[in-house]
Design a protein around this ligand. Structure first.
Ligand code: F6P
Length: 319
């Protein structure tokens, strides 16, 4: 192998830059050239390629976002464009590809593998929703961003004796809500994995209120439904003054935490080593706390299950 390519695809996540840096530096350390492909599969098809050197990844380890930009490419879902993508990689002399992204990005990678391109996939999404890995790059930073927001909202909730409903991202999974909610001491955490009853949520709020608790934080994962509607319903049913905050895309930005930078660095470097050893066509994973390789099919099996012990604990600690 003399040249590898790297792209980021799907929603960006803090730590992607640290991962790109690790890929480029490990390649150059091993005398391999690196082509950066801009804007994911969209840039692969439009030929937006960038020669990368040691300096091109300087001063990025601490930055959120992705210097390679990203996109969710609809056109790459077409088989003719997948053929074209594989051909273009060949023409650019790219003998192995590293893809950082979520499950949609991995599906694109699978199409290139089927066309003979060795690919290593690295899980990068704030949602932590990829089956086959306990961890995805960006998750820890997102959880800490939400935690910071909870702390701030709690200040004003306390001053005003209010109930605050906070909606967080996570697509159809509740990992961000659960971990940030538990760490932030939320009174209720609503996740798509566990059905909830609004009357139970309200009864719990009123019980707390009767005990003298004047403020409450309810964390809602976006996969559950509209936090605005949930907030309105809580106010109508309990009579407690309620405010709603949708945290939105602030959860996708920011300087990555040490945990995200460390996994990003280890995964980026291992991905290059695997391609050099001829062991492409895998995804990297955190398995029982260790860096591991898995068949890419693992990523498509079933949804990454919520830690139910943690969920139960959140209920115990917020009685
Ligand atoms: O997958 C990451 C994520 O931020 C999800 O949590 C969210 O549902 C989605 O992307 C938002 O997508 P977009 O940035 O396209 O609005």
């Amino acid at each position: 192998v003399t040249r590898i390519g790297i792209l980021t695809s799907g929603g960006d996540a803090p730590g992607m830059n640290a991962c790109i840096r690790a890929v480029v530096r490990t390649s150059i350390y091993n005398d391999i050239k690196v082509t950066g492909i801009m804007r994911g599969y969209a840039g692969l098809l439009s030929g937006e390629y960038l020669a990368m050197d040691v300096g091109s990844v300087g001063d990025i380890i601490h930055r959120g976002g992705t210097i390679l930009r990203t996109a969710r490419s609809i056109e790459f879902m077409e088989s003719s464009n997948q053929d074209k993508g594989a051909e273009m990689l060949g023409q650019a002399g790219i003998e192995g590809l590293i893809v950082i992204g979520g499950d949609g990005s991995f599906r694109g990678a699978m199409k290139l593998m089927e066309r003979g391109i060795p690919v290593v996939c690295i899980p990068g999404t704030i949602d932590n929703d990829i089956p086959g890995t306990e961890y995805t790059i960006g998750f820890d930073t997102a959880v800490n961003t939400v935690l910071d927001a909870i702390n701030k909202i709690r200040d004003t909730a306390t001053s005003h004796d209010r109930t605050n409903v906070i909606e967080v991202m996570g697509r159809s999974s509740g990992h961000i809500a659960l971990q940030a909610g538990l760490a932030g001491g939320a009174e209720s955490i609503l996740v798509p994995e566990v059905p909830f009853n609004i009357d139970d949520v309200c009864a719990r709020l009123l019980r707390g209120h009767e005990r003298g608790k004047l403020h409450s934080i309810i964390l809602v994962a976006e996969g559950v439904g509209s936090a605005v509607k949930i907030g309105e319903s809580i106010e109508a049913k309990t009579g407690l003054e309620t405010r709603v905050t949708i945290l939105g895309h602030i959860q996708r930005g920011g300087s990555p935490t040490a945990i995200d930078r460390l996994w990003a660095s280890r995964m980026g470097s291992r991905a290059v080593e695997l391609i050099l050893r001829g062991q492409g066509n895998v995804m990297l994973s955190v398995h029982k706390g260790q860096l591991a390789e898995k068949n890419l099919e693992e990523a498509f099996k079933k949804s990454n299950e919520l830690d139910m012990a943690l969920y139960k604990l959140s209920g115990v600690l917020s009685i």
